[in-house]
Design a protein around this ligand. Sequence first.
Ligand code: PRT
Ligand code: ZN
Length: 239
Amino acid sequence: MLDNNRLRIAMQKSGRLSNETSKLLKNCGLKINLRQQRLIVFAENMPIDILRVRDDDIPNLIMEGVVDLGIIGKNVLEEEVLNRVSKGYNAKYIILRKLDFGICRLSIAIPINKNYLGLKSLQNTCIATSYPNLLKKYLHQHHIKFKFCILNGSVELAPKVGLSDVICDLVSTGATLEANGIKEVEVIYNSQACLVQRYDKISYFKQKLINKLLTRIKGIIQTKTSKYITLHISSKKLK
Ligand code: PRT
Ligand code: ZN
């Protein structure tokens, strides 16, 4: 059984967010060895335990109060929030900070040789996606009725195999769409990795530790986006 007095942080075990997340935690001063296959890693120099899981599990771990913090793409978080709300489950959380990595967008895309005639042309189409809730929210706001077929990966394959001409998937550079003869026509959600805290009451001790981590994270992000400039001038020109 894990010690409840230690802060618990969930991170993606292996995937697009894991390298940046472990770099961030290490730059915060945590002494952790993430090279092992262990699913729980104990920081040696701070009362912090790291849970290494699939990214899709992080929102539930936060909203069920199993972990105190999680580092997760906003796309996965919001998709699960919408899912939980539709089932009547609690879906509360606090975003502490955007982390400036894992930047991507959820977009609707169609084959390159098809004309795009606006959102209305998607009426009654079938759209392949791994994000049915985000897609439903966006299209319902625009009064578009549609069907979706869920694919949990390789969504770009859908038009090639005749599953559906329209897809809705994450895009970062756009290279995957291009390589598969597909073009982006609507951006429906912008995302990046975020530090998320569980909503319910947290002990004073843990909150102090979270605040300390947050101050360090702010510093790390600021240094990443700033440049130090040194220049020499004569003292006469100093003013
Ligand atoms: O195994 P696990 O379930 O933990 O991981 P996963 O395979 O579900 O997710 P993973 O590691 O692929 O992505 C984790 C998170 O990274 C996503 O939820 C996003 O928040 C973020 N992210 C940032 C991306 C991308 N960029 C991205 N480009 N996630 C996926 N992609 C995929 C996209 O689905 C498409 O297939 O990359 C392809 C497009 O990339 P470009 O550069 O060619 O446009
Ligand atoms: Zn996943």
